[in-house]
Design a protein around this ligand. Structure first.
Ligand code: DLL
Length: 433
């Protein structure tokens, strides 16, 4: 089995475009008729859905932003009456009210379908068992993966996040072939296996489907070696559906993640001007859902920074997205230099004496912003070794262009993921004393 839905996953591009165009037109009409927010937006722009001929006209339309969802909290962006809604999820914002999203029966079918496709991409097959360590609850990770795995014909072990002891027992005794969790939690599990002397060769797990937070090749290598798995990226956000908006193929690692563009139409736009950017250029990822009934979004500004491009050598025709560098609102500006924490991770990767357990602490001293990098050293290395500190300092300075304070730490001293998304940046500048 190479594909879950071969005819769609390998649909020639012209046919895919035709499908997207007709779906987009139906969706715009629906938004205009059912959601007062969109009617007003269209009327203000003097555009009617009928004026839009297809995806090439999307740039004429306005964006939908997180604030719009907050302003319409909780249900005013729903396009169907509650009688047709079968599930509600919410993502906890760091500030203010959560974002509430709804799904009809058909929306849940689509959710299951895209997650099933994603799991096949990741190496999973019907008959395998999925250790699902994404949180169950309002977060879309747990139930989203659950539905897709069931549809694919897997046996789901709904472990949910946290309780590492229990996770390890299940991995050892239930023998799942596939696991899914955040990359930082996979790091935690890998480390715990090592600490407890668990021989990963005795585990059955072969594939890890990791996402919900940015991660890099450094973490991939650590997890793959530590758990003896093939790890691939799954991306998604609750506003668009949840996990399964895009997925990397286990035989095409490092070439990007397929966006299931028969359901979610992607654009990359300039973060300052909002202008669409050509394939291959980095900018803000924007999605229009073109099939969703309860919660259809037009040009949703995800704030995630990446690029998209077609891959002529790939198994599928759908476009791929690069890994997420970070969120536009998480980008640090330090003494005029733009910084994503994943850039520091990429430098850490280059040193054998370091392991990618790290934290960036941002402080303001007088008028100067300072970044301290706390990173753990591998076994056998001395955290007090000034030469090692100097090497890392210099490399960061040469590659990123910033001088950072280096604090090497012994193994185990930096907080680990307890099951969910891990906070790598502590920005103390916003703390009011
Ligand atoms: O994190 C959905 C999900 C669950 C995706 C499980 C993958 C696996 P939210 O809580 O709404 O939904 O958070 C969405 O998380 O806008 C990105 O900033 C980030 N994110 C999600 N997946 C990735 C990834 C879920 N693979 C937000 N790489 C998104 C980088 C990711 N960032």
């Amino acid at each position: 089995m190479t594909f879950y839905n071969p005819s769609i996953e390998t649909l020639p591009l012209e046919k895919l475009r035709a499908l997207q165009n007709s779906r987009l037109k139906t969706m715009l009409q629906r938004q205009y008729e059912q959601i007062p927010f969109y009617k007003k937006l269209f009327d203000e722009k003097g555009i009617h859905p009928k004026d839009i001929k297809g995806v090439e006209d999307l740039h004429l339309l306005p964006f939908t932003r997180k604030e719009d969802l907050r302003d319409n909290y909780p249900y005013k962006m729903f396009a169907t009456p509650m009688q047709e809604v079968r599930r509600i999820h919410a993502s906890s914002g760091t500030t203010g009210k959560p974002t509430v999203v709804g799904y009809t029966h058909n929306d849940l079918e689509i959710f299951d379908e895209v997650v099933a496709r994603s799991l096949v991409c990741a190496g999973a097959r019907p008959g395998m068992k999925l250790h699902n360590a994404y949180g169950y609850g309002l977060f879309t990770g747990g139930l989203g993966m659950h539905g897709g795995a069931t549809k694919l014909g897997m046996a789901v072990i709904p472990v949910s996040g946290g309780m590492t002891d229990r996770q390890l027992t299940i991995l050892q005794d239930f023998k799942p072939e596939v696991m899914c969790c955040t990359p930082s939690y996979a790091q935690t599990l890998a480390e715990e296996c090592k600490k407890r002397g668990i021989d990963t060769k005795e585990l059955a797990v072969k594939y890890a489907v990791l996402g919900a937070e940015p991660w890099t090749e450094t973490i991939r290598r650590q997890v793959e070696a530590g758990l003896d798995v093939t790890a691939t990226n799954i991306y998604g956000l609750s506003e668009i559906i949840g996990p399964g908006v895009s997925q990397e193929d286990f035989e095409e690692k490092g070439t990007g993640s397929y966006i299931w563009e028969d359901h979610f139409f992607p654009e990359i736009v300039d973060r300052d001007t909002g202008k669409p950017l050509p394939y291959g250029e980095e900018g803000v990822l924007v999605f229009s859902t073109i099939t969703k009934e309860a919660f259809p979004l037009l040009r949703y500004w995800t704030n995630d920074i990446c690029s998209i491009n077609y891959d002529k050598n790939a198994k599928r025709t759908h476009i791929k997205m690069s890994s997420i560098k970070g969120r536009a609102d998480d980008m640090l500006i330090i003494r005029g230099v733009n910084l994503f924490y994943t850039q520091v991770e990429e430098v850490i990767e280059q040193f054998d004496f370091l392991i990618p357990n790290y934290q960036l602490i941002v402080k303001r001293e007088g008028t100067m912003d300072k970044v301290q990098v706390r990173v753990e050293v591998a076994e056998g290395a001395d955290p007090a070794d000034a030469a090692l500190q100097q090497q890392l300092h210099q490399k960061i300075k040469n590659t990123i262009g910033l001088s950072m304070d280096i604090q090497l730490e012994v193994l185990g001293s930096i907080p680990r993921s307890q099951g969910g998304k891990l906070k790598r940046v502590i920005d103390e500048r916003s703390v009011v004393f």
